[in-house]
Design a protein around this ligand. Structure first.
Ligand code: PLP
Length: 296
């Protein structure tokens, strides 16, 4: 695979791509992004990712965005140009180009970037042994400030702060709470716990990104007949859970075996978690949009 970038419709190798220094996302974080994976030439859940992106475009009132089908075609064309078999796609949309906060004073022509690259969030052995997580002091943003359901670029400064906190404690991930102290999500992943055979995960109103992988796990649970509750959870629920795991496009599904140095369940990947991961690995190859097989 060759790493390729599509900048406003023009495809080049990654090293040749450049962007204007007054891009509003670069200056102010005023934009949105999506991370999508390609598995065996299948762009997994491409439509749900694009739908979330366009919801964000509407919410942030980004004007003049290219239409959905055009973006979808650009993603497919760029993945084909990269000859991507298994890869990570980053889409980034900024409001436009110009200095000064006021959108009225900038060129409101969104810059649309698609990059085809590779991304590994955690070391491979962690998928076998599970990740150790700590609760961090950085809270998720409140919806009256910036709704966490929007995958906006600027919000990630706080997630990076949370990740740094986890790093300082030598943990693999940081668990963020919401302003009321309820469990929200990890820095780039959603959380699931298993208690007495029931799968529980924070409700979207807790201040989470409504993850596409989270949605896939809910579909799997439905198909396998596993009861699910979307709820407001406290740390108590996680400390006393039988199993836990994290989900995200970049993270995929990773067992979570400890929180705040306390083992969850038996402190190793749980049975239900393992079943769900196996089912997920089947689905990522078929549920999505296939790209061509031509070598360029
Ligand atoms: C804060 C946050 N929560 C959850 C997720 C998981 O979302 P998805 O499964 O759509 O990748 C992500 C991934 O980007 C994220 O950044």
């Amino acid at each position: 695979m060759r790493m390729m970038v599509n900048w406003n419709g023009r495809i080049t190798p990654l090293e040749e791509a450049c962007l204007p220094v007054f891009d509003h996302a670069y200056l102010y974080g005023d934009g949105l992004f999506e991370g999508i994976r390609i598995y065996s030439r299948n762009i997994f859940k491409l439509d749900p990712h694009l739908k979330r992106l366009y919801d964000g475009v509407r919410h942030l009132d980004i004007r003049g965005m290219i239409d959905y089908d055009e973006l979808k075609q650009r993603v497919i064309d760029t993945a084909e140009a990269a000859n991507a078999e298994n890869a990570y796609i980053r889409i980034s949309v900024s409001r436009g180009t110009g200095i000064g906060l006021n959108p009225e004073n900038i060129d409101q022509t969104p810059n649309v970037m698609i990059a085809i690259t590779r991304l590994a969030l955690y070391p491979p052995e962690m998928y076998e042994s599970g990740v150790q997580v700590v609760t961090v002091s950085t809270r998720v943003m409140t919806p009256d400030s910036l709704d966490p359901r929007i995958k906006s670029i600027g919000r990630y400064v706080s997630n990076i702060q949370a990740k740094l906190e986890a790093n300082r404690q030598g943990a693999g991930e940081g668990l963020m709470l919401n302003a009321q102290g309820y469990v929200a999500e990890a820095t780039g992943d959603n959380l699931f716990i298993v208690s007495d055979g029931v799968l529980r995960t924070p409700h979207p109103s807790c201040g989470i990104l409504k993850g596409i992988t989270r949605g896939t796990v809910l579909e799997i649970a439905h198909d396998l007949g596993i009861p699910v509750v979307e709820d407001w959870l406290t740390l108590h629920d996680v400390y006393t859970a039988d199993e836990a795991f994290l989900t995200g496009t970049a993270a995929e599904i990773i067992p979570m075996v400890a929180l705040d140095h306390r083992p969850i369940g038996e402190g190793k990947p749980g049975e239900l978690t393992t079943r769900i991961i196996a089912e997920f690995r089947q689905r990522v190859r078929v549920d999505g949009v296939r790209i061509g097989v031509g070598v360029r």
